[in-house]
Design a protein around this ligand. Sequence first.
Ligand SMILES: Nc1ncnc2c1ncn2[C@@H]1O[C@H](COP(=O)(O)OP(=O)(O)O)[C@@H](O)[C@H]1O
Length: 141
Amino acid sequence: MLLPNILLTGQLYDGYDEEYDCPILDEDRVVDELENQMSEGGVIVDYHGCDFFPERWFHIVFVLRADNSVLYKRLETRGYNEKKLKDNIQCEIFQVLYEEALASYKEEIVHQLPSNKPEDLEDNINQILKWIEQWIKDHSS
Ligand SMILES: Nc1ncnc2c1ncn2[C@@H]1O[C@H](COP(=O)(O)OP(=O)(O)O)[C@@H](O)[C@H]1O
């Protein structure tokens, strides 16, 4: 499930950030909206931040990482303005989102996955699938 879809169709945003050229997420409403599905389980949430999601929602957290030169080219291709580009690169250098994940969830459930090239995407999917299989086995009795 991709949060940005919910953001647009459910209008779960609270204004527009001119500087970063994106809608501002209404975090409380997003949490309210997702609550039922999350308690049923079997949901993957993909988002760039995580500190506003309740800790009880997740069994595992993966933080995708990219080398700075790779990330720079990727964001430049997307047409990010200079400030947004610089801030995103800085955020990766200081591993802000990894630290945020560590501060928000138990350290042992937070894992980093490199995501520099297409082969990484496949490796990551396989690793996540393996983890899901193991989790189901461990929780089936
Ligand atoms: N592992 C990767 N290898 C190559 N290109 C990638 C990889 N991950 C992302 N990209 C590129 O970046 C774009 C945005 O990726 P996405 O996962 O949607 O980023 P985000 O979730 O940070 O917005 C993709 O369409 C692709 O062009």
